[in-house]
Write a protein that binds this ligand. Structure first.
Ligand code: XMP
Ligand code: MG
Length: 174
């Protein structure tokens, strides 16, 4: 077995897009503050880089949900592995996701978080695979729409590896 990775989005493309998203979010929340919820582990790099580009006051919390095991196919069953530390009641929440695939994870998160009484709740995803969607979820801020390929890097893993790649690549399992 020889795994190969083809670059899909370079570090420069990602930087540019994240700066753009940061600017949009800063404008949309002018005069307010935002509470970013980083969905572990895949969104860590995206959340850090995005947070640096937001000019309104930012707070960050983390949540870990799982839908994938050590495979490239979603199991469909979502469980909370680590919950938020702080209450989101009355806050402007933005959920930061690495990638929207079937949409099941976001659907689950939206239902769960909206029941906790945030002032507002929006979604921001670095990547979107629209061809794979089975649940209807509206993403407020999207980085890139990508084809239906399994991607790694910039936080995304294959069996916990490749998260540290500074770019996003298509994984070819060979
Ligand atoms: P759903 O199907 O619930 O899935 O929208 C979202 C989660 O699935 C993972 N995912 C991927 N992870 N490369 C990855 O490393 C991929 O191409 C990929 N597609 C989906 C990811 O954890 C995401 O949060
Ligand atoms: Mg994820």
């Amino acid at each position: 077995m020889s795994e190969q990775i083809r670059v899909l989005l370079s570090e420069e493309e990602l930087d540019r897009k994240i700066a753009e998203l940061g600017e949009r979010i800063s404008k949309d929340y002018e005069g307010e503050s935002v509470h970013l919820i980083c969905i572990l582990k895949g969104s860590i790099f995206f959340t850090c880089e995005l947070a640096k580009r937001i000019t309104v006051p930012v707070t960050i919390d983390f949540m870990c949900v799982s839908s994938y095991g050590a495979s490239t196919v979603s199991s469909g069953k979502i469980t909370i592995k680590k919950d938020l530390e702080e209450s989101i009641e009355g806050r402007n929440v933005i959920v930061i996701e690495d990638i929207i695939d079937t949409g099941r994870t976001l659907r689950y998160l939206l239902d769960d978080l909206s029941a906790r009484g945030p002032k507002s709740l929006k979604l921001c995803a670095m990547l979107d695979k629209p061809d794979r969607r089975i649940t209807d979820v509206a993403v407020d801020y999207t980085g890139f729409e990508i084809p239906d390929e399994f991607v790694v890097g910039y936080g995304l893993d294959y069996d916990q590896r490749y998260r540290n790649l500074p770019y996003i690549g298509i994984l070819d399992l060979g």
